[in-house]
Design a protein around this ligand. Sequence first.
Ligand code: GAR
Length: 212
Amino acid sequence: MARLKAGVLISGRGSNLLTLLEACAAPDFPVEIALVVSNRPEAGGLSHAQRFGVPATVIPHRDFPDREAFDRAVGAALEAAGVELVCLAGFMRIFSPWFPARWANRILNIHPSLLPAFKGLHVQQQAIDAGARVSGATVHLVTDDLDGGPIVAQAAVPVHPDDTADTLAARILKAEHALYPLALRWFGERRVRLVPQPGKPDRVVIDGIAPG
Ligand code: GAR
């Protein structure tokens, strides 16, 4: 089976991008990264792409009059590279409705909480402020409902009584680095199915994994 072509969108450090690049460098991994796009020229993750010989481009959001114009430029770059699945990895832009409609069920995001708890920004602080004993990471499909798309995979970590947002973020990030390549592999193996639920968002089923 041909390797699935992924595009990765970043805005910053790119540690999740790095774990995806490392995973995709293995000869038996069913996904290749065809393009990395950053909306910020100073994003540290761009150097990871370069090191792995993966094409990377900067599309600065400030160059565009509105969100949709930026989204269309990103979409055109991804299409030109033959991308089939888009992975957001610390991409800190909110899409216009155009992007998730155009790439429906083909956009993944990793989020540093156990969704649907703690959406938006500063989610590690949100977890601490709520007194949560457990938090974690979620890989989900992106819809126009911010941080609300179907959940693909989750990993839990404890929240310690003396945690700061930074110590919790570091613990969650480690879980992210194990979780994102795993979820990407499932897509590459074409094992991810969406099951419609009447009146509710679709549910994700991974073939070969017993539910529950
Ligand atoms: C990660 O913790 C990721 O989950 C989070 O940004 C960080 C990016 O780190 N993403 C979001 O909060 C998206 N809403 P990285 O650049 O080192 O991968």
